[in-house]
Design a protein around this ligand. Structure first.
Ligand SMILES: [Zn+2]
Length: 158
């Protein structure tokens, strides 16, 4: 599966979880993690979907971005800034009154995020084999021994 295929897959499979204001093309730049972490993002989506359904908050929280930073998996989840309100037959977009108010759903999301990030810290971003944080010339990556060797070779050959 190519990166593009994976992004299309996850967007289609969990269409309720991705901010609808971004296009398919945008997502190719917003989801940039390596293939070793794809199963972790899929797992995250599965758990997030379950949690949102449980709390009746589907469509109120969206994944905005998923990337690697300083060797760590970062999944950004934000509350939808507006929610639809149907009053007396009129539909209108109303501002979310208290977007930062703590909620059970928000707590669940944090717990799921922590679990997945914890797993990613021990998983090679390239191949999904057991790995750890490696540092090379001030660059950080989470990878296995084999991919660390490849990375060193690539950098020294430049
Ligand atoms: Zn690897």
């Amino acid at each position: 599966m190519t990166h593009e295929e994976y992004v299309d897959y996850i967007r289609t499979r969990y269409s309720d979880l991705f901010d609808p204001s971004y296009s398919d093309e945008d997502w190719r730049y917003l989801i940039t993690i390596g293939p070793g972490w794809w199963p972790l993002l899929s797992d995250f989506c599965e758990k997030l979907e379950g949690a949102l359904k449980h709390h009746g908050e589907v469509g109120r929280w969206y994944i905005r971005q998923c990337k690697e930073k300083m060797g760590e998996l970062r999944i950004y989840v934000r509350r939808a800034p507006y929610e639809r309100s149907d009053v007396d037959g009129f539909s209108e977009w109303v501002a979310d009154i208290a977007p930062l108010e703590p909620s059970a759903a928000k707590e669940m999301i944090s717990i799921i995020q922590e679990q997945i990030v914890g797993q990613a810290n021990l998983t090679c971003e390239e191949c999904g084999e057991p790995g750890g944080l490696r540092v090379l010339d001030g660059w950080y990556r989470t990878c296995c021994d084999q991919h660390f060797e490849q990375w060193k070779e690539l950098r020294t050959s430049k």
